[in-house]
Design a protein around this ligand. Structure first.
Ligand code: ZN
Length: 445
């Protein structure tokens, strides 16, 4: 059982393990918003799905932003007088302030302390900190490690490069039978952090791999981007695609044991918002919903007013609301295969709803068509029975209500309404919007 109380089907249980193993593979890589760590991560993703890797040079302009210099790190340490590494990048890549400028020298203790970042309230944990847009050097250490530094001076080394290069991102496009698109986006810029970062990458990769192998109505676009700057760069280079994006989801923090959380798009009532809410409600009471706010992950770029795309965000416990967030405790013990699988199954159900959501016209709209003589009426229509689903679809199908809207209004699960619509189509009682004139079933109109 998953935290949401669902029995994980065998496919999903395999998928949960697959995603967890992928997280294990990616965990040791030191990522940042640019550099070799991002490229290596994209190479791992490309071993599973067709991925186009883009390089955008430092200094390139993207709306109000400029692509920063490329950062690469080889080693970093603080050494005591005995020559021992008391803080060692090789033990945890969180130890170096991400995007630190290169630095070497002997540093008095007082200065050393000005370049240390700790979590006094969680003294065993190493914080994750960055200095992307302000040049600085530093180390992130546990409070215990910081307290243990008592010698008058230390030897410091940050063996890194911060120079012109490029920003790297990955894009996987899977064409469907229409050019209307669904977008999935995840960030790829955090170092060894499992839930905030790797869980989203693993889920998005699995989904892309899955959708490569099936036919779909929508075309699917999967973006693997360094947070914020990556989404801004992608949007600035793909304005011609924007009008095709019908739905989108940002996936982040999808592997922890908390309940699922959906953050609505800026529009608040887009089809993606309604589809996710319908799926969550149908699955059970354990979920939460947040209204849009202009903070969080890359949904804030997709939902900026110049784009206002229908892109929501799926997580479990929201960022910043769990003690492991942005610390060394967001590790391989914190994410669980069953929780990853539960998040994935929500995405699969949402895709199923969006793929199958259509609007129909009842071809016998004057009173109810006689279902009994067609063998469609087998008993008293209790709520939720097949008969009730047939009656709802017939009544609401006036060309203005999609199956998802009927599901919301009736409380009948989308899948039951979809099956009912298929049955009604088979019996010539229903037709797709725009097909009324060509249909032969409209005898009693
Ligand atoms: Zn983060």
């Amino acid at each position: 059982m998953t935290p949401a109380g669902h029995v994980v089907e065998p496919l999903l249980s395999d998928a949960g393990l697959w995603m967890y193993r992928f997280i294990e593979e990616l965990y040791p890589i030191c990522r940042s918003i640019t550099g070799e760590g991002v490229r290596e991560t994209l190479r791992c993703i490309r071993s599973h799905i067709p991925l186009e890797v883009h390089e955008v040079p430092s200094g390139a302009i993207a709306f109000d932003w400029t692509v920063p210099k490329e950062w690469n790190i080889r080693d970093a340490y603080i050494r005591n007088a005995a020559g021992e590494r008391v803080v060692d990048f090789r033990k945890s890549n969180l130890h170096v302030l991400n995007y630190s400028i290169p630095f070497r020298g002997r540093v008095p203790l007082k200065t050393m302390r000005e370049h240390l970042f700790t979590l006094p309230d969680q003294p065993d944990l190493i914080p994750y900190r960055t200095t992307y847009y302000k040049e600085n050097w530093g180390f992130c250490v546990s409070q215990h490690q910081a307290d243990a530094l008592q010698e008058p001076e230390y030897e410091v080394c940050i063996d890194a490069d911060l120079k012109d290069g490029s920003l790297t991102y990955g894009e996987c496009f899977i064409p469907g039978s229409t050019d209307q698109e669904m977008l999935f986006s995840c960030h790829i810029c955090h170092p060894s952090l499992c839930n905030d970062n790797l869980s989203g990458i693993a889920l998005t990769t699995w989904l892309a791999r899955h959708l490569c192998a099936r036919k779909s109505k929508y075309s699917y676009r999967f973006l693997f981007l360094p947070g914020t700057i990556g989404a801004i760069v992608w949007l600035s280079r793909n304005e011609n695609i924007i009008s095709k994006i019908r739905h989108g989801l940002v996936a982040a923090s999808v592997g922890d044991p908390g309940k699922a959380t959906y953050k609505k798009s800026r529009r608040g009532n887009a089809e993606i918002d309604r589809a996710v809410l319908h799926v969550l409600r149908t699955r059970g009471p354990e979920f939460s919903v947040k209204e849009f706010s202009p903070y969080g992950y890359d949904e804030r770029q997709y939902c900026s007013p110049g784009f206002d795309l229908p892109v929501g965000s799926l997580a479990r416990t929201p960022h910043g609301e769990y003690p492991e967030y942005h610390t060394s405790a967001d590790n391989l013990d914190f994410v669980k295969p069953a929780c990853l699988a539960d998040s994935l199954s929500i995405c699969l159900e949402v895709i199923e709803v969006l793929e199958a959501n259509e609007t129909y016209v009842n071809l016998y709209p004057k009173c109810e068509p006689q279902l009994g003589k067609r063998g469609l009426y087998r008993g008293y229509p209790d709520a939720g029975t097949r008969e009730m689903a047939l009656l709802w679809v017939l009544n609401m199908s006036d060309g203005n209500h999609s199956l998802l809207e009927i599901a919301e209004r009736s409380g009948v699960a989308f899948r039951k309404l979809r099956n009912a619509a298929d049955l009604l189509l088979e019996h010539g009682l229903l037709t797709g919007v725009g097909n009324e004139r060509t249909s032969e079933g409209g005898g009693d109109k």
